[in-house]
Design a protein around this ligand. Structure first.
Ligand SMILES: [Zn+2]
Length: 139
């Protein structure tokens, strides 16, 4: 599927998203904002369970792939399913191009994915995800 034809399954207007999300959630999920490090609700959470997109409820990550990266945000080495994630080049900051991670179901911003940092995980990837973009459901 080419980027040009990407159509999310869940489509809402900005006003509809604003009615559903609080301003801080809207800033991250719909305006690609970033919450400050080390303050997010799930940064150090180790409770077994799932992590769903706060905007649409799709389960994107689980505690199985969550690891302690000490970077200040919840970190996962893989999503539950690559098809649930949309990857986009992000040149908004100077320096190396980053890869933005969005929910493929509703096209909401989640965070970024970094590769080759040397974490002892099966993928050597770090999905650096804003807590505020997720809802944890303990299993
Ligand atoms: Zn979503």
């Amino acid at each position: 599927m080419s980027e040009r034809t990407f159509v999310p399954k869940v489509i809402k207007t900005p006003d509809e998203w604003r009615a559903q999300l609080n301003p801080a959630e809207y800033h991250v999920l719909r305006d690609a904002g970033t919450e400050p490090p080390f303050v997010g609700e799930y940064t150090d959470t180790t409770t077994p369970g799932t992590y769903a997109c706060k905007a649409c409820g799709e389960v994107l990550f689980t505690s199985e792939e969550k690891f302690s990266s000490h970077c200040g945000w919840p970190s996962f080495y893989a999503p539950t399913d690559n098809d649930k994630i949309r990857y986009l080049r992000d040149d908004s900051l100077p320096g190396p191009t980053r890869i933005e991670v969005r929910c493929a179901t509703c096209d909401s911003h989640l965070g970024h994915v970094f590769e080759g940092e040397g974490y002892p995980t099966p993928t050597d990837q770090r999905y650096c995800i804003n807590s505020i973009a997720l809802v944890h459901q303990a299993s």
